[in-house]
Every structure is written in structure tokens, then in C-alpha cells.
Design a protein around this ligand. Structure first.
Ligand code: NAD
Length: 323
């Protein structure tokens, strides 16, 4: 099989490309480089520079490289931006997916993995979020991921494409410093950013109904996440692949914001006292995955802990930001 990874030069895409290549899969990447870096890709992975919104380009790439499966990660992913620019998010994340699925169907490709998000759930009031927990996204980004899942399943049924949707929880860490996330949109880089500016980390609300009053989240090391993609791709490649599968990809462990900041303090050696500010609208007290279905269906579970995640993210931060 030959797999096309859209968004392959991105933070997660480059990890997936590396894990798949190391495991002997034939891989190429398509990326418009709006947020990606070619240098992240392994030398043996060809990069096509272009957009997954370009149906003619996709058809050409599928034919020229005899693509037999697609891992679709290319998307816009910033919640605040999605609130400010909802039409752009629907156009690129949902409209772009429709273009991709048309090209996939026309090329006779029968395997597709879609990168979804825990944002599809919104803020459910449950201890562990299972795949049966009702989806109620609270921002346009989450809506586009949920609509994307619907579209993937419907097109899969219509065209006989076996599909897997992976709902990632809070992704952090790096398999190598040069692969690290360079954006400052998630809590780990946000805390690094504060410390680098000689400012105390911020905690938004410490009066939640959680053990230490701060929000609890499920953090997944990007190297574990990439291995989940390999397991899903292997399952899609198997002779009896068919139907659709939707899986949470998380560790199943809850870590509070205060606990995470303590680990960051240990790793960076900067243990200044966090500033406690008011709650942010829309933050759920707790969002932790049940990771049982992924274990059962893919034989995959997260292996790396929060400390390893933070250590690797810190090496990546220093690589990209000096210090
Ligand atoms: N990082 C997270 O915490 C997280 C959590 C849940 C889901 N996701 C999803 O995972 C996927 C990858 O996220 P990431 O963190 O690696 O983000 P990223 O921005 O680092 O990677 C996305 C890549 O896609 C490329 N891209 C964007 N639009 C494109 C287009 N139309 N055509 C071709 N390339 C395009 C960008 O240049 C970038 O290299 C996204 O679909 C995102 O929604 C990420």
C-alpha cells in the first residue's frame, strides 16, 4: 500500500510519517505549508506542496503515486480562530474534506483515516468520556470535526471506503526536539511561553469540583498518538477491513492543571507560584477519555507518562526558541 498523509509536515503529521516509515509503510505527504515545515519529514518521504482543497491536484497525486490509502490530518485547528472565522473553518475543514472524499472515491481508494478531536464532545458531565457519550461541540472547530466524522462515515458507506476516525485528547510532547509543536495554543507551550518571559504560569479557575479545584484533562504523548495511527492503518490495510470505526485516543488518566504545572516546574527548574485567575468561559471541569475501545479494537494503549511528555516538549521548546 502507499499512504498519503495530508498535513504531513505538521506537528502530528510528521510524527505519523516517521512512525509509519520506521514500520516499513510506504508514505508520501501533502502539505500547503501554511503551518508545517518540510524539514520535519523523514528524508525518504516525498512532499507534495499543495492544498487538500485542490481536487485536481489530489487526483493527479493519487494516480502518479498509486495511492491506496489516505491519512487526513490537514485542517485548521485553533478554537479562538474558529470562533472569529467560522465560514473559513467550515470551508476548509468540512468543504475541503468533501473535495478530498470525492477524489478518493474517484480514484478507487478504499481506506481512509480521519483526524478528529475530543472537541466533538463539548463539555460532558461524565467521569470518563466513551465513544457513546453524546457529542455536543461548543465551538465551530469542534463542529467541523463532528461534521467531518459524519461526512467520512456517509462517504465511506456510499463508496465502500473503510474508515477510522480518531478523536485525540490533549496532545503534547515530541519524539525528537525538531518535531515539536511550534504553536502556543495548548497548555504546555503556553506555560513554557510564560516562564520564558519571566512570568508566572496562569491557572484559570481553582474552584472547580475537582480534587484540587483546577480543571482535569487527559494528556497524550504525540509519540503514542502516532503509534495509534500506525495501528489504525494496519487495521485498515488488513484484508477484511471494512466499515467504520470511531475511537478515543487518550491515556485514560486525568491530570489537573495544577499537577501539570508542578511537573513543568520540576522539569524546567522554574517552580514559581502560579497566578490564579477567574474561570474561562467554556472550560469543562473534567475531560478524560475512556481508552478501552482503542485498546480492544487496535491493541493500542498509551505507554508514555506526563513527565516524559513534558520533558520532551521542553527539549523541543528549547530547540525552537533557544534558551
Ligand atoms: N494538536 C492537537 O492537540 C490536536 C488535537 C485534536 C485534533 N487535532 C487535529 O490533528 C490534525 C493535525 O494537527 P497538528 O496539531 O499537527 O496541526 P498543525 O497545524 O501542526 O498541522 C496541520 C498541517 O496541515 C497543513 N495544512 C493545513 N491546511 C492544509 C490544506 N488545506 N492543505 C494541505 N495542508 C494543509 C499545515 O501546513 C500543517 O502542516 C488537525 O486535523 C487537528 O485538527 C490536533
Amino acid at each position: 500500500m502507499t499512504w498519503l498523509i495530508t498535513g504531513g509536515a505538521g506537528y502530528i503529521g510528521a510524527h505519523v510519517a516517521r512512525v509509519m516509515t520506521d514500520a516499513g509503510e510506504r508514505v508520501l505527504a501533502l502539505d500547503d505549508l501554511s503551518a508545517g515545515y518540510p524539514a520535519r519529514l523523514p528524508a525518504e518521504v516525498p512532499l507534495v506542496r499543495g492544498s487538500s482543497l485542490d481536487g485536481d491536484l489530489l487526483k493527479r497525486v493519487f494516480a502518479e503515486h498509486e495511492v491506496t490509502g489516505v491519512v487526513h490530518l490537514a485542517a485548521r485547528k485553533q478554537v479562538a480562530e474558529s470562533v472569529a472565522q467560522p465560514t473559513r473553518y467550515y470551508r476548509e475543514n468540512v468543504g475541503g474534506l468533501a473535495t478530498l472524499l470525492d477524489a478518493v472515491a474517484e480514484a478507487g481508494i478504499r481506506r481512509l483515516l480521519f483526524s478528529s478531536s475530543a472537541a466533538v464532545y463539548g463539555n460532558p458531565d461524565v467521569d470518563l468520556i466513551t465513544e457513546r457519550t453524546p457529542c455536543a461541540p461548543v465551538n465551530p472547530y469542534g463542529e467541523t470535526k463532528l461534521a467531518g466524522e459524519w461526512l467520512v462515515r456517509a462517504a465511506g458507506q456510499a463508496h465502500g471506503i473503510a474508515t477510522v476516525c480518531l478523536r485525540y485528547f490533549n496532545v503534547a510532547g515530541a519524539a525528537a526536539p525538531e518535531l515539536a509543536d511550534t504553536g502556543v495554543f495548548n497548555i504546555v507551550p503556553m506555560v513554557f511561553d510564560r516562564l520564558t518571559r519571566d512570568e508566572a504560569p496562569r491557572i484559570f479557575g481553582d474552584d472547580y469540583p475537582t480534587p484540587d479545584g483546577t480543571c482535569v484533562r487527559d494528556y497524550i504523548h504525540v509519540a503514542d498518538l502516532a503509534e495509534a495511527h500506525l495501528a489504525a492503518v494496519r487495521r485498515l490495510s488488513s484484508a477484511d477491513a471494512g466499515g467504520d470505526l470511531t475511537l478515543n485516543i487518550g491515556s485514560g488518566e486525568g491530570v489537573s492543571v495544577r499537577e501539570l504545572i508542578e511537573v513543568i516546574g520540576d522539569v524546567t527548574g522554574d517552580r514559581r507560584t502560579p497566578l490564579v485567575e477567574g474561570r474561562r468561559p467554556g472550560d469543562a471541569p473534567r475531560a478524560v477519555a475512556s481508552a478501552e475501545l482503542a485498546a480492544r479494537e487496535l491493541g493500542w494503549t498509551a505507554r508514555r507518562g506526563v513527565r516524559e511528555m513534558v520533558e520532551s516538549a521542553w527539549r523541543g521548546w528549547q530547540h525552537h526558541h533557544g534558551g
